[in-house]
Write a protein that binds this ligand. Structure first.
Ligand code: 5GP
Ligand code: ZN
Length: 128
C-alpha cells in the first residue's frame, strides 16, 4: 500500500525545520544519531547544556503519539541519562536535568516536530 500525505503522516515533512536538520539541509551541532533518533544542540539555549532529542520520522507532536510509537519513545527516553552526562549535565542528585516536551499552542510548542528538550548544567540558567 502506498502512503499518501492525506491518509498517513509523512516520514519527512519537506517544510519542517527539524526534518531539514536531520537531512543535513540546515546546519546543526549534532549530539547523537542512530537509525531512528537524532539529537542536536538548541540554537537558543536556556541552560549551559540544552539539546533536543527527536525522532527521525516526522511526528508532529506528543499529541500524535500512539501505541505504535511506544518502542521508539522508550528508546528515546532511555538515551537521555547517557546523553545528558556526555553533554555536561552533572550527576544526579545534585546535578540532573530538565526534560521537557511542549505540546500544542497552549503547551508552548513552536516547532511542529516532536522533540524533548534536555536542559542542565550549573544554575543560574537563562530561563527555566
Ligand atoms: P518548542 O518551543 O517547540 O518546544 O522548542 C523549539 C526549540 O527549537 C526552541 O528552543 C528553539 O530554540 C529551537 N530551534 C528552533 N529552530 C531551530 C534551528 O533551526 N536549529 C536549532 N538547533 N534549534 C532550533
Ligand atoms: Zn519534521
Amino acid at each position: 500500500m502506498t502512503a499518501t500525505p492525506s491518509t498517513e503522516s509523512l516520514v519527512h515533512d519537506p517544510n519542517c525545520i527539524f526534518c531539514k536538520i536531520i537531512a543535513g539541509k540546515v546546519p546543526a551541532r549534532v549530539v547523537y544519531q542512530d537509525e531512528e533518533v537524532f539529537a542536536f544542540h538548541d540554537i537558543n539555549p536556556w541552560a549551559p547544556v540544552h539539546f533536543l532529542l527527536i525522532p527521525k520520522r516526522h511526528i508532529a507532536s506528543m499529541a500524535h503519539v500512539g501505541a505504535e510509537h511506544a518502542a521508539l519513545l522508550g528508546r528515546m527516553l532511555a538515551l537521555v541519562p547517557q546523553l545528558a552526562l556526555e553533554q555536561g549535565c552533572n550527576p544526579y542528585p545534585d546535578g540532573g536535568y530538565r526534560l521537557l516536551c511542549n505540546t500544542g499552542r497552549e503547551g508552548g510548542q513552536e516547532v511542529q516536530h516532536l522533540h524533548f528538550h534536555v536542559m542542565g548544567g550549573p544554575r543560574p540558567w537563562a530561563r527555566g
